[in-house]
Design a protein around this ligand. Structure first.
Ligand code: ZN
Length: 58
């Protein structure tokens, strides 16, 4: 089972997506991408919770 996430699922006009074996690993990729490309998104606990709700299992 892999976890995956894409910016499109968050309604962003961005082709980025990532997958990882664990939520922790995936969230570290998300954090890196948000800091690089979506500086307007504040990584507070509320936003992190909504990002986590977009994670898919595949
Ligand atoms: Zn993005």
């Amino acid at each position: 089972m892999a976890k995956s996430i894409s910016c499109k699922d968050a309604g962003k006009d961005c082709n980025w997506s990532a997958s990882a074996k664990s939520v922790e690993e995936l969230m570290s990729q998300v954090t890196e991408h948000v800091l690089a490309e979506h500086k307007e998104i504040e990584l507070n606990s509320e936003n992190i919770a909504s990002i986590k709700s977009l994670i898919k299992e595949n």
